[in-house]
Design a protein around this ligand. Structure first.
Ligand code: ADP
Ligand code: MG
Length: 753
C-alpha cells in the first residue's frame, strides 16, 4: 500500500458497498479487515471495486490445523507478504540506485546555475549548456516514466476515475513540471516572446522523484523492521518433532503431530507443541514466551508449551494442543491482530488525511491562479508563471499525508511487538492507548497477589468422624472445583493417600463455596457467607486469629451444623510488594478485591502495601465495584486470574489477565501477563506511555511539517521575505518526514521499560 490516503479511500469505497458490515484498513500492516454478508456480495466483487484504485483483495488461505513454520506463517499471511515485500524492496532499491547518478547530475547543474547567478563562479560554457540542455529532457523522461511510474499511475487514476491519493499529488506535481518543460523545449522559438524559455524544470522532476523514491525505499525497509516481533515468534516454532510411533522414535514434520502423540524431547531440544509431561524431568527455558529468564522445573504432570527450549534433562510428553491451538500460535495470532488494529488516537489523523488530498489539490491550484493573477501585476507574466509553477509543484510535493498515516500504526506495531517479547500480550491498540491513562488498579487477591497455590495448614474437627475421614469428604467435594483453595485440600488428601469417595449433585455456589451429596448426606464447604446462608450458628472467633495472619477458612457443614474448619494459607508473590510500590510511584491507586475473608484480605493487603480493600464480595459485586470507581471518573484497570473475574475484567477500562502456565485465558482480557507476574503490569503501563508519547511526537512532526511547509511552498512569505520553497527541498522534506516518523517509532524498540 503506497500511502495513508489509499487506506482511507479503500475503506470508504468498500464501506459504501451493499452487504459490507465493517471495514478497517490499516496502512501500517497493509491489511484490510472486513466483514460482509456473503449473500449480498463476495470477495471477488469487492476486489473489483478497489481495482481502479490500484489494489485488489487477497484473502488469507483457509485455516489449516497442523502447521509447519512456513505453513503457519503462510496461514497468517506473513511469509508470503514478507517475501513479496523483499522482492518489492529490491526493485525499489534498484530504481533508487539507477536514479542516483541522474540526480547528482541535476544537482550539479542546479548548483552551478545558482552559484553563477550570485557570480560566485563563471557561467557554464556554451558547449556544456547546450549539452545539458539536450541531456536533461532524456534523463527526466527516464526518471518520470520508469522510477516515477507509481506516481504517473496515480495521476492517471485521478484523470480516469477521479480518485486521488498521495501518489496523485506527486504525480501531478512532477508531470506538470515535466510537461511544462517539455513544451518549452519543443516550442522554444514560438514561446520565446511570451515566457522565459531559459527556465525549465526537468531538474525538479528528477530530484523530487529521486528523493521520494529514496525516502519510500527507506520507509519500506524500516516498516519491515517494525514487524519483526512476529518473525521472532515464528522462528520459535520447531520444524519437526520426535515422536513415538509403534515403539519407534521417528522424526516427523510438525504439521503431522496429532493429539495424544508421545513426543520425546532431548537435551537442548525445542518443544514442538503444547502438552503434558508423562515421564522424565528437566528444566525448561520459557523466557521466549513468558519473558521470565529463570528456567522452570518440569516433572510428570506439568504442562509444556511449544516454542520453549529444554535445558539438559530429557522427557516425554503427550501432545494436547497442536497446530493453531498451541499457545505460541495463539500468541502470534493475537500479536498480529493487535498490530493491525487501530488506536483511537488515529481517528484524527485518518480524518485529516482523508480530506487532505483534495484540499491540497485545491490549494495548489488556487496558489497557481493567485500567482498568475496577482503576481503578474507586480512581476510580470513570465516571472509570475515561473514562480506559480514552482509553488504549484512545491505544494503538491510537500503536502503528502504520508507521515501522518504512518505516525500511529508504526508505533503501535513496535509497541505491541515489544510487549510480546516481554510476556505482555496486548489485545488491541485501543487497550494499549488506554492503559497509560489508568489511575486505579484493582487486583484480585488469589493468584494475582498470592501464588494461588495455597496449602492446607490446620484442621478443626467438630464431628464424630476421624480427621482423615473429614479430609476425605472435603477433598471428594473439592475435587470437582476449580478454585485454588480446592486444590489445597485435594493435594493434601493425595499426599496422605486418603481415598476419595463419589459425589452426586455437585454444585459450585458462586463466591461462596461448594456443595454435594455423599452417601445420601448433603455437605457444604465454603466461607462464612455460605454458613450464614444456611442459617447455621457458628462462632467466627474460632478462626479469627488465623485469618488475621492471612489464612483462609473453609468451613465444612451438613444441613444442621458445622462439622469442621480447615485453614489454608497462600504465600504472597515475591514481586507483588515491589509492583505495588512501583504503581504508587506512577500515582496509581491500588485496590484489592476478593471473595475471601475480611481479616485474611486485610493481612495480605498490609503485607503488600495496598491502599484499599473490598473483601467478601461476590463476582457480580466485583463488577459493581469497578462500575462505582468508573462513575467516580476513574480509569480502572482490573487484574485477575481471568476465570471467575471475567465480568469484572470485561467491565474495567483495561482487563488484565494473569495467565500462569498453559491455561491462558488469552481472549478474556485486553492484556495478558504471560507468567502471571504482577510486576509486568508496571512495565505494561510504561510501554503504553512510551508508545503514546511516540505517537504524539510522530503526529506533531507530521502536522507541523505540513502546517509550515504548505504556506511556504505557496509563496505566502514571498512578498515579505522573498521566500519560496524550492520543490526540490519540498521533495527532500517530504521524504525525510516519513523516514523520521518510522525511525522514531523504531526507537521504541531499544528503550527500557
Ligand atoms: P476469590 O477469587 O477472590 O477468592 P471467589 O468468588 O472465587 O473469589 O471466591 C470467594 C470465596 O468463596 C473464596 O474466598 C472462598 O472462601 C469461597 N470459595 C469459593 N470456592 C470455594 C471452594 N471450592 N471451596 C471452598 N471455598 C470456596
Ligand atoms: Mg480469584
Amino acid at each position: 500500500m503506497h500511502c495513508a490516503s489509499c487506506a482511507n479511500i479503500i475503506e470508504k469505497t468498500l464501506k459504501k458497498m451493499d452487504g459490507v458490515h465493517s471495514v478497517e484498513v490499516n496502512y501500517g500492516t497493509e491489511r484490510a479487515k472486513l466483514s460482509f454478508d456473503e449473500e449480498k456480495t463476495n470477495h471477488h466483487h469487492l476486489s473489483k471495486q478497489i481495482e481502479p484504485l490500484g489494489y485488489s483483495l487477497v484473502a488469507p488461505t483457509a485455516e489449516s490445523m497442523g502447521m509447519s513454520e512456513n505453513e503457519h506463517a503462510g496461514h497468517l499471511g506473513l511469509n508470503q507478504s514478507k517475501q513479496e515485500k523483499m522482492v518489492e524492496l529490491k526493485s525499489m532499491r534498484n530504481k533508487v540506485i539507477s536514479v542516483i547518478p541522474i540526480a547528482i547530475i541535476s544537482v550539479f547543474i542546479m548548483s552551478w546555475d545558482i552559484l553563477a547567478q550570485f557570480s560566485l563562479i563563471t557561467e557554464m560554457s556554451v558547449f556544456w549548456v547546450e549539452f545539458f540542455h539536450h541531456l536533461l529532457p532524456i534523463l527526466a523522461t527516464y526518471t518520470l516514466f520508469v522510477v516515477g511510474k507509481p506516481y504517473l499511475l496515480g495521476f492517471y487514476r485521478f484523470l480516469r476515475y477521479g480518485k486521488a491519493n498521495m501518489d496523485t499529488l506527486i504525480g501531478i506535481g512532477t508531470s506538470v513540471a515535466f510537461l511544462y518543460s517539455f513544451a518549452v523545449t519543443a516550442f522554444e522559438e514560438s514561446l520565446r516572446p511570451f515566457i522565459n524559455v531559459e527556465a525549465t524544470y526537468y531538474d525538479v522532476t528528477i530530484i523530487v522523484i529521486a528523493f521520494i523514491a529514496f525516502g519510500k525505499y527507506l520507509e519500506a525497509r524500516s516498516k519491515i523492521k517494525t514487524g519483526d516481533a512476529i518473525e521472532k515468534l515464528l522462528n520459535l516454532q520447531a520444524k519437526t518433532a520426535l515422536v513415538m510411533r509403534d515403539n519407534k522414535e521417528i522424526e516427523i514434520p510438525i504439521s503431522q503431530v496429532a493429539h495424544g502423540d508421545l513426543i520425546i524431547v532431548k537435551p537442548a531440544g525445542k518443544i514442538p507443541v503444547d502438552g503434558v509431561l508423562v515421564s522424565g524431568s528437566s528444566y525448561v527455558d520459557e523466557s521466549m514466551v513468558t519473558g521470565e529468564p529463570m528456567p522452570v522445573s518440569k516433572k510428570e504432570g506439568d504442562g509444556v508449551v511449544s516454542g520453549t527450549l529444554n535445558t539438559n534433562g530429557s522427557f516425554v510428553f503427550k501432545a494436547t494442543k497442536v497446530g493453531s491451538e498451541t499457545m505460541l500460535a495463539r500468541i502470534i495470532q493475537m500479536v498480529e491482530d493487535a498490530q493491525g488494529s487501530k488506536a483511537p488516537i488515529q481517528a484524527l489523523a485518518d480524518k485529516i488525511s482523508s480530506i487532505f488530498v483534495p484540499v491540497v489539490l485545491v490549494i495548489s491550484a488556487l496558489s497557481l491562479l493567485s500567482w498568475l493573477i496577482i503576481g503578474t501585476q507586480y512581476i510580470g507574466f513570465s516571472q509570475a508563471l515561473s514562480l506559480g509553477l514552482v509553488s504549484f509543484v512545491g505544494i503538491l510535493v510537500i503536502a503528502c499525508p504520508c507521515a501522518l498515516g504512518l505516525a500511529t500504526p508504526t508505533a503501535i506495531i513496535v509497541g505491541v511487538g515489544k510487549g510480546a517479547g516481554e510476556g505482555i500480550l496486548i489485545k488491541d491498540a485501543r487497550t494499549l492507548e488506554k492503559l497509560g491513562k489508568v489511575n486505579v488498579v484493582v487486583v484480585d487477591k488469589t493468584g494475582t497477589l498470592t501464588n494461588g497455590k495455597p496449602e492446607l495448614v490446620s484442621i478443626q474437627n467438630f464431628s464424630d468422624k476421624t480427621e482423615d475421614e473429614l479430609i476425605s469428604l472435603l477433598a471428594s467435594l473439592e475435587k470437582n472445583s476449580e478454585h485454588p483453595i480446592a486444590h489445597a485440600v485435594v493435594s493434601r488428601a493425595s499426599e496422605k493417600g486418603i481415598n476419595l469417595v463419589s459425589v452426586e449433585g455437585f454444585e459450585a455456589i458462586k463466591g461462596k463455596g461448594v456443595s454435594g451429596i455423599i452417601q445420601g448426606v448433603k455437605y457444604y464447604a465454603g466461607n462464612i457467607k455460605l454458613i450464614q446462608e444456611l442459617s447455621l450458628s457458628f462462632d467466627t472467633e474460632l478462626f479469627e486469629k488465623e485469618t488475621s495472619e492471612g489464612k483462609t477458612p473453609i468451613v465444612v457443614a451438613v444441613t444442621e451444623k458445622v462439622i469442621g474448619v480447615v485453614m489454608v494459607a497462600d504465600s504472597i508473590k515475591s514481586e507483588a510488594v515491589e509492583a505495588v510500590k512501583n504503581l504508587h510511584k506512577l500515582n496509581i491507586k491500588v485496590v484489592m478485591l476478593t471473595g475471601d475473608d475480611k481479616n485474611t484480605a486485610k493481612f495480605i493487603a498490609e503485607q503488600v502495601g495496598i491502599d484499599d480493600i473490598v473483601a467478601e464480595v461476590l463476582p457480580e459485586d466485583k463488577l459493581n465495584k469497578i462500575k462505582e470507581l468508573q462513575l467516580q471518573g476513574k480509569i480502572v484497570a482490573m487484574a485477575g486470574d481471568g476465570v471467575n473475574d471475567a465480568p469484572a475484567l470485561a467491565q474495567a477500562d483495561v482487563g488484565i489477565a494473569m495467565a500462569t502456565g498453559t491455561d491462558v485465558a488469552i481472549e478474556s482480557a485486553g492484556i495478558t501477563l504471560l507468567n502471571g507476574d504482577i510486576s509486568k503490569l508496571v512495565k505494561a503501563i510504561n510501554l503504553s506511555k512510551m508508545t503514546m508519547r511516540g505517537i504524539k511526537q510522530n503526529l506533531f512532526w507530521a502536522f507541523i511539517y505540513n502546517i509550515v511547509g504548505i504556506p511556504l511552498a505557496a509563496g505566502l512569505f514571498y512578498p515579505i521575505f522573498g521566500w519560496l520553497l524550492n520543490p526540490v527541498f519540498a521533495g527532500f522534506a517530504m521524504a525525510m518526514s516519513s523516514v523520521s516518523v518510522v525511525g522514531n517509532s523504531l526507537r521504541l524498540k531499544t528503550k527500557k521499560l
